[in-house]
Write a protein that binds this ligand. Structure first.
Ligand SMILES: Cc1ncc(COP(=O)(O)O)c(C=O)c1O
Length: 380
C-alpha cells in the first residue's frame, strides 16, 4: 500500500488543494532527477523527447484521449491561461463561467477579456441542489448571443460539486459556443473519456487526485484548435505545431511530468474505480457526521452523480469568517480543512483519500467544529 510523508500530528482533510504524493512516486521522481543531473544535456536534449512521448501515451490512456491531442503543462492555471491566450477575442465578446468557479481562473478570464474589450459573466448554479439536470440548465441558461467561450468546472472547487459536463458541452456546442472544461480536480476522482466528451479544450491536474509530483497537469485541445494553441511561454517551438509549442517551455525540471505515469499506475494498482469509490465512501459518511454535529442540512442528496471525493457544507457563518474558522481549526486542533467564502456564506469542504484518511479523521472534525463555529458566532 502506498505510503505518504504526511505529518501524523495533523488531521489532513484537504487532499483536494494540492494532493499528496506517495513516497514511491517521489522516489521515481528522484531517480529521474539524478539521471538528469548525471548528464543534463543528454537528458534534456536527447532523452527528453522520447520520455515525454512515452509519458504522454500513458496519460492519453488514462484520460481516454489520443496522445496527439494532449500536452503537459505545469498546472491547471497554466493550461487555462494558454487556452485564453489562444483566443482572438473581440470587443463586445462575452466569456461565461459560473459562480462556483475557481478564483485564479476567473482572474485570468477577467484579464484576458479586459485586454480585448470583452467581458466575463457568471451563470448562477443552484446550491443547495437536488438534481444534476438543474445544474446543466443553470449553466446553459447563461449563454447569450455574444458568448464566445464557456469555462465550466468538471468538479467545483468551493463546493465539490460534479457538474454534468457531457450535457453542458453538448448544449453549449449546439448553441455555437466553444467550451473549456476546467477538470482541475477530475483525473483520479471521476472516470474520464475526453475523446467522447467532445469539448474544445480540457485541462486537468495530475498532482491532485492522481498524486503525481506537484507541477503535472494536462491540456487537451480539439484538433481544430491546435494550430492556434499558445503555450504559457513562447519558446523554441513557436509556430512549429501543438506539441513543440508546449514541450519545451525553456529550461525546466520535467520530472513531475515524467513521473506522472508511475502515479497513474499506482492509482490503478490501488483499485482505480474501487479506490475512487472508497474515497467517496469516506466523504459520504464524513459529511453526514458534520451535518449532524452542526445540526445543519446538507446541500445536496446522497447522489454520486453530484459529488465524488470531496463534499462541502455551509457551516452557519458569514463568508467574512471563513478564514477565521480555517485558522481556528488549524491552530487549535491541527485539522487541515479548507473553509472558503462562497456567495455570502463560509463553506467547509472535506476530502477523502482512502489510502490515508480514516473515519476517525471526520469524527475528530465533527467533535470540534460546532465549538469553533459557536465561538465565532459569539464574536460576530
Ligand atoms: C476548479 C479549479 N481550477 C483550477 C485550479 C488551479 O489548479 P492549479 O493551482 O494546480 O493550477 C484549481 C485548484 O484547486 C481548481 O479547483
Amino acid at each position: 500500500m502506498a505510503s505518504f510523508l504526511l505529518d501524523p500530528g495533523v488531521i489532513f482533510l484537504n487532499h483536494g488543494s494540492f494532493g499528496a504524493t506517495p513516497v514511491e512516486i517521489l522516489a521515481v521522481q528522484q531517480d529521474l532527477r539524478e539521471r538528469m543531473e548525471r548528464e543534463p544535456v543528454d537528458f534534456l536534449v536527447r532523452q527528453l523527447p522520447g520520455l515525454l512521448a512515452a509519458a504522454r501515451e500513458r496519460a492519453a490512456r488514462f484520460v481516454g484521449a489520443r496522445p496527439q491531442d494532449l500536452v503537459f503543462v505545469p498546472n491547471a492555471t497554466a493550461g487555462v491561461g494558454a487556452v485564453l491566450r489562444s483566443l482572438a477575442l473581440r470587443p463586445g465578446d462575452e466569456l461565461l463561467t459560473t459562480n462556483h468557479r475557481y478564483n485564479a481562473v476567473f482572474q485570468a478570464m477577467r484579464r484576458e477579456a479586459g485586454r480585448a474589450g470583452a467581458r466575463v459573466l457568471e451563470a448562477r448554479i443552484p446550491w443547495p441542489v437536488q438534481d444534476p439536470a438543474a445544474l446543466s440548465q443553470a449553466v446553459l441558461a447563461g449563454i447569450g448571443p455574444r458568448t464566445r467561450l464557456l469555462v465550466v468546472d468538471q468538479i467545483t472547487s468551493p463546493t465539490g460539486l460534479i457538474l454534468p459536463v457531457e450535457d453542458i458541452v453538448a448544449g453549449a456546442r449546439a448553441r455555437g459556443v466553444a467550451v473549456l472544461v476546467d477538470g482541475a480536480h477530475a483525473p483520479g476522482q471521476v472516470d474520464l473519456d475526453l475523446a467522447r466528451l467532445g469539448a474544445d479544450w480540457w485541462v486537468g491536474n495530475l498532482h491532485k487526485w492522481v498524486c503525481a509530483p506537484k507541477g503535472a497537469a494536462l491540456l487537451w485541445t480539439a484538433p481544430e484548435h491546435q494550430g492556434q494553441a499558445r503555450p504559457p511561454v513562447t519558446s523554441h517551438g513557436a509556430d512549429l505545431g501543438y506539441h513543440p509549442e508546449f514541450d519545451w517551455p525553456g529550461t525546466f525540471d520535467p520530472t513531475a511530468w515524467l513521473a506522472a505515469p508511475a502515479a497513474m499506475d499506482l492509482h490503478e494498482a490501488e483499485g482505480g474505480p474501487a479506490l475512487r469509490a472508497a474515497h467517496h465512501a469516506l466523504v459520504q459518511a464524513g459529511r453526514l457526521l458534520l451535518s449532524e454535529a452542526l445540526a445543519r442540512p446538507l446541500p445536496h442528496p446522497d447522489d454520486p452523480r453530484l459529488y465524488g471525493s470531496m463534499a462541502a457544507i455551509s457551516v452557519g457563518l458569514p463568508a467574512s469568517q471563513a478564514l477565521a474558522l480555517h485558522t481556528a481549526l488549524w491552530t487549535q486542533h491541527r485539522i487541515e480543512v479548507p473553509v472558503s467564502p462562497f456567495e455570502d456564506e463560509a463553506v467547509l469542504r472535506i476530502s477523502g483519500f482512502a489510502l490515508y484518511n480514516r473515519p476517525e479523521d471526520y469524527e475528530a472534525l465533527a467533535a470540534v467544529l460546532p465549538g469553533c463555529v459557536a465561538a465565532l458566532q459569539v464574536r460576530g
